[in-house]
Ligand binder design. Structure first.
Ligand code: ADP
Ligand code: MG
Length: 233
């Protein structure tokens, strides 16, 4: 699903150049649930933003669902982002004057779906995250965990191939974090490919594979939770 080879990224501010990603090789297969770990400043968000086509690498190659992601114009990049990717952020990024349903429906509006279908689909995903009864509530009437569930429903609404989450539990207490991670695990069990950036080891342990970044390089990449065989006995 995701193939990256020898990816490099630097930021230049004034006369200073900071080499943030120093040759990342990394593949993700369909259906994986991967966490990207590393201390603050190790390049996690930079990597996720490149995978999410919000930023471009300086060197190296990136292939997403067999499509080479390189030198795309803004229009094509936006099309691919809509089709392939769903985003979840630490700070939820909900629109505070729109209710839960309308927040979920917004990406579908940009995809020019008819109102009825937007509403039906959005309601379906709100049900999926357990918030059907909260559809007409504004973000400030929701708890942090509920806001993140709305954001997850919004990310799912366009049926993306890959979900990318940057510190999705970073603004939540421990219990709520685990609940949100259980929801994410359930979504993954349905076959959706998910990448999560986190610096919390217990959150990473709830994924199936942990990739450790240090100073812009992958220093460890291991399977932590094998897919459990369903017992039919
Ligand atoms: P992490 O998410 O692991 O904390 P980031 O990928 O956000 O790390 O950042 C890695 C390094 O790159 C940090 O030192 C950060 O200050 C720097 N950085 C990130 N984005 C930019 C930018 N747009 N311009 C300049 N430096 C940046
Ligand atoms: Mg970050």
């Amino acid at each position: 699903m995701i193939e990256i080879k020898d990816l490099h990224k630097s930021y230049t501010t004034g006369s200073n150049t900071l080499h943030v990603l120093k040759g990342i090789d990394f593949n993700v297969k369909q259906g994986e649930l991967v966490s990207i770990m590393g201390s603050s400043g190790s390049g996690k968000s930079t990597l996720l933003n490149i995978l999410g086509m919000l930023d471009e690498a300086d060197l190296g190659s990136y292939t997403l669902d067999n499509v080479p992601i390189k030198n795309l114009n803004e229009k094509l990049a936006a099309q691919y982002r809509n089709k392939f990717l769903g985003f979840i952020f630490q700070s939820f990024n909900l629109i505070n004057y729109k209710n839960a349903l309308d927040n979920v429906a917004l990406p579908l509006y940009y995809q020019k779906l008819a109102r009825k279908e937007r509403e039906e689909r959005s309601m379906h995903y709100l049900e999926k995250v357990g918030l059907a009864d909260w559809a007409d509530h504004l973000p400030n009437q929701l708890s942090g965990g509920q806001k993140q569930r709305v954001a997850i429903a919004r990310a799912l609404a366009s049926d993306p191939k890959v979900l990318l989450a940057d510190e999705p539990t970073g603004a939540l207490d421990t219990k709520t974090s685990y609940e949100v991670m259980e929801l994410i695990q359930g979504i993954n069990e349905e076959g959706r490919t998910i990448l999560i950036v986190t610096h919390e080891p217990d959150i990473a342990e709830m994924t199936k594979r942990i990739v450790n970044l240090k100073d812009g390089r992958i220093v460890d990449d291991r399977i932590v939770n094998q897919v459990k065989a369903t017992a039919h006995v």
